[in-house]
Design a protein around this ligand. Structure first.
Ligand code: HEC
Ligand code: HEC
Length: 219
C-alpha cells in the first residue's frame, strides 16, 4: 500500500494543479487585447481607460502588465464574487464572462513587467528597515521576508505570487488595509491575509522605498 500511495498522491497533486491552471492556459490573449481596448461583450468598460494603454496603471489604478495570468484571473473572480470588495471593479468583473476573464488575464500577463528579478544584497547592520523586511523579514513578529514569496526584486513567482516590486506605497497600503478589515479575500492558503495583519504603515513605506531604490540601480 505505501508503495502505491506516494506516486498516487503525486499524480493527484498534478491533476489538481493542472485543473487550477487550465483556464489560463486555454485562454486567448488576442481576444483579451480587444477586451482591454474596447471592453467586454456584456458591457464591461475598456480596461485601458483606467489601467493605461499598456497596463501600466496610474495614480489610483494598479498596474496589470506582466502579472501572472492565474493571479489576475483569480482577482477578477474574487471581485466579481465580492470576496475582494471594490465598488469600481466589482460591477466590471461581474460583467465579464468566465472566458473573457481568462482572455484578458492572459493578455495582461503577456505584457512586459516593469521590474526584473533582481537579487538584493543580504542586509547588514547599516541596511535600511526596508531592506531587512524585504530580504530577511522580521521573525520577531512572525513576518517572513517578502522576497521568499514574491521573488528576487519582488518580480513575482509562478501563477500565485504577484509582482510587488513596482507597486506604489499607496496601492500596497490600500490592499493591506483591505486585508485588515476583511474586504479582500486572504488569497491562497490565507498566506498574505495573515501577514498583512502584522504589517504597519511604516513597513509598507519602507518596503516600497527599498524596492524603488533596488530597481533604480542606486542600491
Ligand atoms: C473605472 C476604472 C477601472 C476600469 C475601467 C477597470 N479597472 Fe480594474 N481596477 C480599478 C481599481 C480602482 C482597482 C483597485 C481595486 C482595489 O482597490 O482593490 C482595480 C484593480 C484591478 C485588478 C486587481 C489588480 C491587482 O494587482 O490585484 C485587476 C486584475 C483589474 N483591475 C482588471 C481590470 C480589467 C481586466 C479591466 C477591463 C475589463 C479593468 N480592470 C477595468 C479600476 C478600473
Ligand atoms: C508566505 C508568502 C508571502 C509572503 C512572505 C509575502 N506575501 Fe505578499 N502575497 C502573497 C500572496 C499569495 C499574494 C496574493 C494574494 C491574493 O491572491 O489575493 C500576495 C499579495 C501581496 C500584495 C497584493 C498585490 C496586488 O497586486 O494587489 C501585496 C501588496 C503584498 N503581497 C505585499 C507583501 C509585502 C510587502 C511582503 C513582505 C512584508 C509580503 N507581501 C510577503 C504571499 C506572500
Amino acid at each position: 500500500m505505501p508503495v502505491f500511495k506516494a506516486p498516487l498522491q503525486g499524480i493527484l497533486g498534478l491533476a489538481v494543479l493542472c485543473a487550477l491552471h487550465a483556464p489560463a492556459l486555454a485562454a486567448d490573449a488576442d481576444a483579451g487585447a480587444k477586451i482591454a481596448a474596447q471592453g467586454g461583450a456584456q458591457g464591461a468598460a475598456a480596461c485601458v481607460s483606467c489601467h493605461g494603454s499598456q497596463g501600466e496603471g496610474g495614480a489610483n489604478f494598479p498596474p496589470l502588465a506582466g502579472q501572472p495570468a492565474g493571479y489576475l484571473q483569480r482577482q477578477l473572480e474574487a471581485m466579481a464574487a465580492n470576496q475582494r470588495k471594490s465598488p469600481i471593479m466589482g460591477p466590471l468583473a461581474k460583467a465579464l464572462t468566465a472566458s473573457e476573464k481568462a482572455d484578458v488575464a492572459a493578455y495582461y500577463a503577456r505584457l512586459a513587467l516593469p521590474v526584473k528579478p533582481k537579487q538584493g544584497a543580504l542586509p547588514t547592520a547599516k541596511s535600511s528597515d526596508g531592506a531587512w523586511l524585504v530580504e530577511r523579514g522580521r521573525w520577531a513578529d512572525g513576518i517572513p521576508a517578502c522576497a521568499k514569496c514574491h521573488g528576487p526584486g519582488g518580480a513575482g513567482v509562478g501563477q500565485d505570487f504577484p509582482a510587488i516590486g513596482h507597486l506604489s506605497a499607496s496601492y500596497m497600503q490600500s490592499q493591506v488595509d483591505a486585508w485588515k478589515n476583511q474586504s479582500r479575500d486572504a488569497g491562497p492558503l490565507g498566506l498574505m491575509g495573515a501577514i498583512a495583519q502584522k504589517l504597519t504603515a511604516k513597513d509598507i513605506e519602507d518596503a516600497a522605498a527599498y524596492y524603488q531604490q533596488l530597481h533604480s540601480g542606486s542600491h
